[in-house]
Design a protein around this ligand. Structure first.
Ligand code: ADP
Ligand code: ZN
Length: 728
């Protein structure tokens, strides 16, 4: 990157655009000049596109033919640390720079001029006639201490029609004004009193806010130990230094509860950034962060790419959660990118989890991260008692999944007025629909996957591509009628069973697909937490962080479910998920119990979950991975080739496997090509190769060389996933 930070009118500048081109383009600086990092609009062919001044131009073109930057956008230039972040993140994930820049410019209307809107405040005049409707408007304005409202907001708040407001404007009682549409976020006050922390929590806070500059801390603590309280104090310390903070959450449904806690601690709500936020609000968030007028952002992984001016802290809550890995488009892990982002701008990172990822655990063992532990639950709350239900000894008819033991335990909770959770990590009614005449299973037309029955939607759905179709009445294979039958349980089927077993209980299903909007889901979770259900039937959605204070029993229908795959993280995931789910029980004063239905109670992972011997589990798991040379003790990349015809896809895979000299040069090995576990998705055949390299090997450089000369036919797509999390 150059030292030059300003370009005079007419000087050559290099502009990185969001268009899929493999280089930075030369333009002339516009009238008035431009700063390095400035967001600009440039002509490209017949269009205007968004870009960033990336450095001086390369030259070598006919100056007369070089076009000028059209205009500089009305937003703060991209900071050098952000340009460095995008460059390094692109190199790490082998992503082209334009795609990286797209992540950093995801603000609707970025190029628009500042837009204005009419707002309404209390004026000085008195109305000629006081009516009840008019009084309501004045009361609303007074209640909010002179804050400005839009017409719609004010009318709604007062419960009157807009004409009432307009009438008051005419008389000068209410004052109408044009203001910029994007308004600053209310100030958060870190000096408001915090909760009184326990000695453990106090030392954790001290450890998180200690040294100056970049540091990553793994904040480990059982569910309910007060990790959120602790990192809120780290946020407070960051705000007191006058810096901005970011809190990443793995699930939008969790933000509602967190926002309330922020408001209680700092007196106002932070900015939100995730798929449930309106376009107008997104534009405001993006702008206000760039102007330093938003101190705290709560968001999903893409919030890492917002234009912070002074980022001091990034919290990654539930850092082990696999949803931090983006699985399409740019394949990045937000946890790792948070660490990169922070290290480049001297910010702190807090990775919070009750069950850290093996990667973070290993980094803490190696001294790269500091580890801070909260060992007990806050207040009276105790860790739940955990026990296995040995399904080999339970007497259960077929197509029933709640064992007599679990049934008795739920019944006991019902009698005491306490909540139970039946946990099954499977959406829909039944994972398989089988023809009892010919044995065929109904599959997706476009994917190598079975269709899942969703009785609530009255359709079959493919969980790979989202395609749905009505439930057929005759078997698509043998055309026999009335023989199609569901096999195996999903949460909807569990609800049916629970209704039969507990006819008087209030039963609610919590599954991400049953709610039209994130907002509806949030509202539902809150109602359930407040006691609107006796039995909750849930997928992994409920395992993530939400408080259910009345819940004292968790019954896991199939604790063996996650152990079957060949995924290298199967054991780790099961361990984390089971511990997380169990942690839902007994969060308040009442002790909790977690019961795991399993056919293999002696399996080492089940054993580790039940005994709570976490260090033992991590050590055994670490030893195994070290022995196999896989992450975090070795490096890995997954290559997926896909195309409409299987032959050419395999040919390309074989070609790659044969020409592996650049990889051998760094001591890496190539495995495959082999059909991917899901060998066809959306009509495209999928072939995988796996590259394993020693820790510390320059893997990205070698991969880039490996695929550089490759002639990829148009119909075939190649994607490279560094540190793959899923192997489907
Ligand atoms: P975690 O994030 O580890 O699951 P939380 O921070 O959500 O834990 O704390 C669990 C519950 O205990 C919350 O309701 C929280 O408000 C409460 N709590 C934790 N620490 C304190 C404290 N020092 N004073 C009062 N309440 C606390
Ligand atoms: Zn499909």
């Amino acid at each position: 990157m150059s030292d030059k930070s300003y370009f005079e009118h007419g000087e050559l500048v290099g502009v990185l655009t969001t268009q899929p081109l493999d280089r930075v383009l030369d333009y002339k600086a516009p009238e008035g000049g431009c700063h390095l990092g400035a967001f600009v609009e440039v002509p490209l062919g017949p269009r205007k596109v968004i870009g960033v001044i990336w450095g001086p131009g390369a030259g070598g073109w006919d100056p007369a033919k070089t076009r000028s930057v059209s205009r500089v956008l009305d937003v703060a230039p991209m900071r050098e640390e952000m340009r460095a972040f995008l460059t390094k993140a692109a190199a790490y994930t082998l992503t082209p720079m334009p795609a990286m820049l797209r992540l950093a410019t995801r603000s609707p209307g970025l190029g628009d001029p500042p837009s204005m809107q009419k707002v309404y405040r209390l004026g000085d005049g008195a109305p000629d006639r006081v009516t009840p409707a008019r009084e309501k408007v004045l009361a609303a304005l007074e209640d909010f201490g002179g804050l400005a409202f839009t017409l719609k907001e004010l009318a709604e708040q007062a419960g009157v029609g807009p004409s009432v407001v307009k009438g008051l404007v005419k008389q000068g009682v209410v004052f109408e004004q044009d203001t910029p549409r994007d308004t600053p976020f209310p100030r958060l006050d870190p000096d408001l009193p915090s909760k009184e922390l326990t000695p453990d929590q106090v030392s954790a806070v001290a450890a998180l806010s200690g040294t100056n500059g970049y540091a990553t801390t793994l904040l480990k603590g059982v569910t309910g130990s007060g990790k959120t309280e602790v990192y809120l104090e780290a946020v407070a310390a960051c705000l007191k230094r006058g810096q901005q903070a970011l809190v990443l959450l793995p699930e939008i449904a969790l933000t509602a509860e967190f926002l309330t806690r922020v408001e209680a601690r700092f007196g106002a709500r932070p900015a939100e950034w995730h798929s449930g936020v309106t376009m107008t609000e997104r534009r405001r968030v993006w702008k206000m962060i760039g102007e330093g007028n938003a101190q705290l952002v709560v968001g999903a992984r893409s919030a890492l790419f917002l234009p912070y001016q002074n980022l001091g802290l990034v919290v990654v809550d539930e850092e082990h959660d696999s949803s931090y890995k983006q699985e399409d488009g740019v394949l990045y892990n937000a946890r790792d990118m948070a660490v990169l982002r922070a290290s480049l701008c001297g910010a702190k990172v807090v990775l919070a989890s009750a069950t850290p990822s093996l990667e973070s655990w290993a980094n803490a063992q190696a001294g790269k991260y500091t580890k801070v532990e909260l060992t007990s639950r806050f207040g009276e709350a105790q860790m739940p008692v955990m026990r296995a239900i040995d399904m080999r000894a339970e007497d259960l008819p077929s197509s029933r999944w709640v064992s007599p033991t679990l049934q008795r335990e739920i019944q006991a909770r019902l009698e005491k007025g306490e909540q139970s959770l039946i946990f099954l990590n499977r959406r829909g009614y039944a994972p398989v629909t089988l023809c009892r005449a010919c044995g065929a299973q109904i599959g997706c037309d476009d994917c190598d996957a079975r269709m899942v029955e969703h009785r609530f939607l009255k359709r079959l759905m493919c969980h790979q591509c989202g395609e749905t179709k009505p439930m057929p009445t005759v078997c698509p294979s043998c055309e026999v009628e009335g023989k199609l039958a569901p096999v195996g349980p999903g949460v909807e089927r569990m609800a049916e069973e629970a209704r039969a077993l507990f006819p008087d209980a209030r039963i609610e299903v919590l599954s991400s697909d049953l709610y039209g909007s994130a907002r509806a889901l949030k509202a539902h979770i809150e109602a359930i937490a407040a006691g609107a259900a006796d039995i909750i039937i849930g997928t992994q959605l409920v395992a993530k962080g939400h408080n259910f204070p009345l819940l004292t029993l968790v019954g896991v229908i199939d604790a063996d479910l996650g152990l079957q795959g060949s995924d290298l993280r199967a054991a780790e995931r099961t361990f984390q998920l089971m511990r997380q789910v169990a942690g839902r029980a007994g969060r308040a004063e009442k002790p909790g119990t977690a019961l795991l239905q399993t056919f293999q109670p002696e399996h080492p992972v089940i054993h580790a979950i039940l005994s709570g011997d976490e260090d033992g589990f991590w050590k055994a798991e670490a030893a195994e991975r070290e022995h196999a040379g896989v992450p975090p003790y070795g490096r890995m990349a997954g290559i997926v080739l896909s195309g409409p015809e299987v032959g050419p896809v395999f040919d390309l895979g074989n070609h790659l496997a044969r020409h592996d000299a650049p990889l051998r040069a760094i001591g890496a090995q190539v495995f495959g090509p082999a059909p991917a576990p899901i060998a066809r998705v959306r009509g495209r055949h999928r072939v995988r190769l796996l590259v394993k390299a020693p820790k510390g090997a320059p893997l990205q450089g070698a991969l880039a060389k490996w695929v550089a000369g490759l002639k990829i036919p148009n119909a075939i797509r190649l994607s490279i996933d560094i540190d793959p999390q899923s192997f489907y």
